[in-house]
Design a protein around this ligand. Sequence first.
Ligand code: CA
Length: 232
Amino acid sequence: MRLLLIEDHQRFAKHVKDGLEKVGFTVDVVETASGGEDAISTVQYDTIILDLGLPDSDGLSLLRSWRDKGDETPVLILTARDGIDDRVLGLNSGGDDYLLKPFAMEELIARIRALLRRPGGVLGLVITAGNVSFDTTAREVQVDERTIAIPRRELGVLEQLMRRNGRVVPKDVLEDKIYGFGKEISSNSVEVHVSRLRKRLAGAGANISVHTLRGVGYLLSEESPAAFSSGV
Ligand code: CA
């Protein structure tokens, strides 16, 4: 597995590279956004680890330009910024996950492995969460092995949430995934689909639930709604 690390802090970059190579990854390091641009134009990386604060450009602009070109290489954002806005911005710009500095090497390795295992667009795959399974080819959902009927857009919402199980899915990303570009959509349309989906899942006895993070997005978790609200 070949990874690209775009990080201008040399000692930190070396530490990360060594840690990742110890567990078998191959890691290229570049220190600038332009170096990153060159690297990804010549190599197909399995995952890119991107620092947001780079000397020649903002990591987010770099990320946006890749996504605009249709490059879907998984990107894990490293950031010292911990404002919720930066995290949302990172995810909205096409980041797949983010990690706040400082972090434990084990955490970084676990996140990268999760990205590599992720079913990004792979067909013939059944995603499961709790007692719910989603057959991405047949577009069929089962709860405890009983098939339940879910309308198309709610199905789209559920798919995105299940593909990013346990991670926040920004509302904008959901909108982009369930509606084509240029579609007029009302501002509460996603909320309406989420709310119907919640009722449908609860009615079918699913032990997963969809949480709203106000102003941020949605999160799937394998807990009953009651357990979540008392725990947070
Ligand atoms: Ca930096």
